[in-house]
Design a protein around this ligand. Sequence first.
Ligand code: SIN
Length: 484
Amino acid sequence: MELKNKRLLQTETFIDNKFSKSTDKSAFEVTNPANGKVICTVANATEKDTYRAISAANKAFINWSTTSVLERSKLLRRWYELIVENKEDLAFILTTEQGKPLGEALGEINYAASFVEWFAEECKRTYGETIPSSNNAKRLKTIKQPIGVVAAITPWNFPTAMITRKVAPAIAAGCTVVLKPAEDTPLSALALAKLALEAGIPKGVLNILPTTNYKEIGEILTTHPDIAKVSFTGSTAVGRLLMRQSATTLKKLSLELGGNAPCIIFDDAEMDNAVKGAMATKYRNAGQTCVCANRILVQKSIYSKFMKKYAEAVEALKVGDGTKKNITIGPLINQEAIDKVNNLLKDATEKGAKILLGGGKHKAGKLFFQPTIITHCSSKMQLSKEEIFGPVSSIFIFETEEEAIEMANDTEYGLAAYFFSTNINRIIRVSEQLQYGIIGINDGIISTAEAPFGGIKQSGFGKEGSFYGIEEYQITKYICTGNL
Ligand code: SIN
C-alpha cells in the first residue's frame, strides 16, 4: 500500500498502548473489494486478548475518569489534528479495504475528525444542575460522571467515522474503551489507534481488537461485569442479540440499527434539487449506509418529469476501483452483499416491478453492481421492507400527501426519512408526521457532528454526535446535602 506515513499501516491488536500479535498468534486476511487481492494479514484477537483489553481499560479508568476536562480536551484536540494531517493516507487505507471512492473516503475522514474536534470542545460543557429544594435545610444538585468502561462495536460501511462517533465522546466523558471494529475493515481502526498513541492518549484508554471471532468476543463484551456500556452500530438482528446478552449485567446501551428510509418527492419540489438530493442519499457509499433512501416515493403528477432527470443522473455515475480518478461508485463489500441485492431484485421483478436501468453485475469486477433503477414497486416486495444496501433506487408512486405519509411510515424501522417540497405548510405537517429519528427536508445529506443522529422503533435508540452524544457515556448523579 502506497502511504506517505507508513506508520499508519498497523496489523496487530492494540491493547494498553501496545501493538501485538494475538495470544494464539493467529491472523486473518484483509482484502480489497475492488480487486479481491489480499492487502495484508491482521492479528486475529482471541477471547484471552479481550480479557486483557478489558482489564487494561478497567485499570486505566481509575486515572482517566479523574483527569481534568482540559487535559482530555487537549489530547483529543491533538488526535483530531493528527487525523487531519494524515487524511490523505487515512482515506487511501479506507478506500483500499472498504471500496468507496477516494473523494468520499476523504469526506469520511473529515467527518470522522469532526467528531473528535466536537467532543474535544463538548467535554468542557457537561454541566450538572442546582435544584431548588422544597426543604430549606437541604441543597440539591446533580453532577455528570463517566459511566465506566465502554465496549464499542462498529461497522464496515464507515470504518473511521463510526469509530470516532463513539470513541471521541466516550473518551471525552472520561470513559475508557474496548473497540471491536468490523473484520472487513480493521486497518482504518488500527491507523486511528496509531494516531491516538502519537497524540498522547494514555495507555488503556483506547484498546482495539481486530477479529473474526466476533460471536465469542461480542458475548464477552456484552456480559463482562467490568463493561458498563455497549455502543453498537449494525443490524437490528445483532442489536437484539447484544441487548439480550447485556441484560444479565444491565448495561447501558446505544443501538444504531437498520433503516428503511423513504425519500418523498412532492409535486411542489424544486426538481433539480430533488434529483440532486435523492441521488446523494441513495448512491452515497454505493447505497451502503443506514440512512440511504431505500424507497423513493414520487408523486404521480410529476413522475415522468422527475424520472427522466433522475435516470440521466444515475446513468452518469462512474463505476470502478475507488482509487481511480472520477469514480463515483465503488464495489459492494462482499459476495453476500451482491447476492442480497440480486435476490431483492428477483423478488421485486417477480412481483411486477420493472428494471429501468442496470439490474445486474457491472463489468468492473466481481463485487461491482450496476447503478440500478427499478420502478412499479409495491409494499408486497421484500425491498420495501428491508435495507437494500446497494446502488438500487426502488421507485414507488403516490397520489396524495396522506398516502405518501402512510407509505413512508409503513415499516418497522425509524432511522431517517427525506422529503422534497417548497410548500411551507406541507413541510411542517410532513416533518411532524413522519415516524423517524432524523428528517431531511430538501437535502439528501443530513449527518453532521453537531446534530443528534439516531433512530426510533426497530432502528434502535441513543443519540450520536451533538451534545446528546456525550450523555450516552455519562451517569447523572444526584447529591443531597441536608441538615444545613
Ligand atoms: C450509517 O450508515 O450508519 C451512518 C451514516 C452517516 O453517518 O451518515
